[in-house]
Design a protein around this ligand. Structure first.
Ligand SMILES: [Cu+2]
Length: 240
């Protein structure tokens, strides 16, 4: 699959809004289909990993989607987050932020590194943690600690095409889908959860409220169809 974030097209606002509606409807339809699992799937004895397959509505796997599990009653699961969710790195390579989307838990940090031979800038206007600084070649930033949940779009003022997203999660049960569209959430205790899905292409202007619903048992593969939306070239318009 060709990565959509390389596509340089701007969708019409109306089309984007329509896509969001389709997302909600189709997501809920998929969950009604899952209801049967509730009755037949035995509760596993211990924690297991949950794989959520994220596809767009053309059936292609969607990378860079953030999948989070909240308890079905809306509370935050009391699980210790793995180390990768409390401290992570975003590199700058070939005038690209790598990775494009990271998920961390509230209170976690992101460190930025410049592996290019040119200068980069790093900034966000996100209310949850605004900052900006310059990174010379080889520089590593101090860890940026995100104490509030939310989404921060990260940019570089020197290279406008550079963009990344930091998803700061309330729940420690969170993962980002890979190139195969699979988000694997490790060590999920048995129980009922609300599945929240977010990805950058769903965001025409501001943060989109995640769609939530309940799944019944783990382990389970959940296919969540989402609409294929051409990626926005100038995504800094969408920054808070
Ligand atoms: Cu740059």
């Amino acid at each position: 699959m060709k990565y959509r974030h390389r596509t340089r097209r701007r969708p019409a606002q109306g089309a984007t809004f329509g896509g969001r509606v389709a997302f909600a409807v189709r997501f809920l339809a998929a969950l009604f289909a899952l209801a049967g699992l509730d009755a037949v799937a035995p509760a596993p004895a211990g924690a297991a990993s949950l794989t959520v397959q994220i596809n767009d509505d053309t059936g292609h796997p969607l990378p860079f989607a953030v999948v989070g599990l909240m308890a079905a009653d809306g509370s935050v699961p009391r699980v210790r987050p793995p180390a990768g969710l409390t401290a992570t790195i975003i590199d700058q390579r070939d005038e690209t932020f790598v990775p494009y989307v990271v998920a961390i838990t509230k209170g976690g940090s992101v460190t930025f590194r410049n592996s290019d031979t040119t200068r980069h800038h790093v900034y966000t206007f996100a209310p949850i943690h605004p900052f900006e600084f310059i990174l010379k070649p080889g520089d590593v930033s101090p860890p940026q600690v995100f104490d509030k949940p939310g989404i921060a779009a990260i940019g570089c003022n020197i290279h406008d095409h550079m963009i990344a997203y930091v998803y700061v999660s309330d729940t420690p049960l969170v993962a980002v889908s890979g190139h195969d569209g699979k988000a694997v959430i490790a060590d999920v205790p048995p129980g009922r959860y609300a599945v929240q899905v977010w990805y950058p292409q769903l965001k025409p202007g501001i943060t989109v409220a995640p769609v939530t619903a309940v799944i019944a048992a783990i382990p389970v593969d959940l296919t969540v169809p989402v609409p294929a939306i051409p990626f926005v070239d100038d995504m800094m318009d969408g920054m808070n």
